[in-house]
Design a protein around this ligand. Structure first.
Ligand code: FE2
Ligand code: FE2
Length: 257
């Protein structure tokens, strides 16, 4: 029904439509810059004419995120801004989104009262934050259902991944990230990419038990691509080897002695 546009020659410095059908679209917002700081991947889902922004990033990328969203929808039509967890590379721009839109902010309940420390006042706008419970939930958005799948301690306590039932994309936040030398949007050589993912997962992720619990939730899904918040998108043909890599990986407290 829909069309996919995931290829290794996409320029990571530019925005791209990754999936599109008549009523639904997923956009990569062109947020990789190849600077000294860690590159982030921000995404926009447009469904039924409204926007769902995933992991908008910090202050620095805000102008680019805003400008690129404007190519697809009026930024005031962004109805939700989602943060997979509380880190500044994910949520640092939160005050600007509060200022610019009437969007609800979605984050795990634990972070609801930490988030305002980025610089906004929740008491003024009432129920501005939609807190996710430990078990996650499903939200109907436009023509899709977004499933918030818990991935606690991978790496944050209160970390979530999202499965978009329409595009069949799995947005994995800090799971599947890699710190790469040059901007790259789509994985080309999977065995080389696994070597780039390994050290950061070993240090960032809490334990293999947490990984296995998450894998149990996602392995049965029909996945077109894995879309992490840093590094490169893992296309369908490499998803199985990505899950194998994770399943066997010792991380965090597993490696402490
Ligand atoms: Fe993080
Ligand atoms: Fe991150």
């Amino acid at each position: 029904m829909g069309e996919y546009f995931i290829s290794t020659d996409l320029d990571p410095r530019k925005d791209h439509i990754l999936y599109r059908d008549d009523e639904h679209m997923v956009v990569y917002l062109g947020t990789q810059e190849g600077a000294r700081d860690v590159d982030v991947n921000s995404y926009l889902i447009v469904s039924g004419g409204k926007g769902f922004l995933l992991d908008p990033g910090g202050y620095k990328v805000f102008p680019k995120v805003l400008g690129n969203i404007s190519k697809y929808i009026d930024p005031r039509d962004v109805k939700y801004v989602y943060f997979c967890h509380q880190d500044p590379d994910v949520a640092g721009s939160a005050p600007l989104w509060v200022e610019m839109t009437t969007a609800k902010l979605i984050i795990h309940w634990l972070w609801e009262r930490f988030l305002p420390h980025f610089g906004f006042d929740i008491s003024k706008k009432g129920s501005l934050i939609h807190p996710l419970g430990d078990e996650g939930e499903k939200i109907n958005f436009g023509v899709t259902t977004l499933e918030f799948i818990p991935a606690h301690f991978l790496h944050s306590p209160g970390h979530f991944t999202i499965y978009d039932h329409r595009s069949k994309f799995l947005f994995t936040g800090d799971i599947g990230i890699a710190l790469l030398d040059k901007p790259t949007l789509v994985v080309e050589n999977m065995s080389r990419h696994i070597q780039a993912m390994k050290p950061v997962h070993e240090r960032l992720m809490a334990s293999n038990k947490a990984i296995k619990l998450w894998l149990r939730r996602v392995e049965g899904l029909d996945i077109e691509a894995i879309l992490p918040q840093h590094g490169a998108i893992i296309p369908k043909k490499h998803v199985k080897s990505f899950f194998n890599f994770l399943s066997n990986l010792k991380v965090g407290v597993d490696l402490l002695d």
